[in-house]
Design a protein around this ligand. Structure first.
Ligand SMILES: [Zn+2]
Length: 233
């Protein structure tokens, strides 16, 4: 009934916010998302501009701020920290699915217990896919920050000793900020890692400048300017 995967061809950057997915929606934070420069042309001059929003299925009511570079002919979207990349829902949702699968008696029992709103065969495929993606991301995190993570089992339970109550994936979205372009979705922004033909052995540290990240502006101020809302939507 409800598609599980959120589809977007846009290049993703991080929208820095500590808010939950629900608060992001309640406060319509996409209206306050600003991006200081084009990812491809940081010195400007390319006509980089705001390009409306696109919706996501969950949390219900979610819109994602988007920009467009006419020179590159590509869009850029700002994914708030709480949301999963290229998967529907929040990182907390994803983490709960993976943890339940890890602890559950079978994928089928987890699929039925988690109420994924899709038929069982689809739910099984989804759970299998999301667990593989998360465990691959955890394995890569261990390699990228070995001093901090190499001793941790590459599971949600294993990483919870490091990340605490804030949640494993939400904490890693912050800790691994310089590597999000390389890490697989739903934690990072690289969907190609989840392709069966992708070779993990080719994974390398990425060099070069950090990508820009979107921020909320004005910080900590409610939206009262109606013209801003209309301009941004
Ligand atoms: Zn540009």
């Amino acid at each position: 009934m409800t598609p599980v995967r959120a589809v977007s061809s846009a290049v993703q950057v991080r929208l820095t916010t500590r808010s939950t997915g629900e608060l992001y929606v309640t406060e319509k934070q996409w209206l306050r998302a600003t991006l200081s420069c084009c990812p491809w042309h940081p010195k400007g001059g390319c006509g980089f501009c705001r390009h409306g929003t696109y919706p996501r299925v969950r949390p219900r009511g979610t819109l994602i701020a988007r920009w467009y570079c006419p020179t590159q002919r590509r869009t850029v979207s700002a994914l708030p920290d709480a949301l999963a990349s290229h998967f529907s829902g929040t990182l907390a949702d994803i983490e709960a699915h993976v943890l339940a699968t890890q602890l559950g008696a079978s994928l089928a029992s987890v699929a039925m217990g988690r109420r994924l709103e899709i038929e069982l065969p689809g739910a099984l495929r989804y759970l299998s896919r999301v667990c593989k993606a998360v465990h691959k991301a955890l394995t890569l995190c261990r390699g990228l920050l070995p001093d901090t993570m190499a001793h941790l089992p590459p599971t949600i339970a294993g990483f919870s000793t490091l990340c605490g109550e804030a949640g494993v994936l939400a904490t890693l979205r912050h800790l691994m900020v310089r590597h999000l372009r390389q890490l697989p979705t739903p934690l990072g922004f690289n969907p190609s890692h989840n392709n069966p033909t992708h070779r993990t052995s080719g994974f390398q540290h990425q060099t070069g400048r950090d990508p820009p990240c979107a921020v909320l502006d004005p910080v900590n101020e409610p939206i009262t300017d109606r013209s801003l809302q209309e301009k941004a939507s």
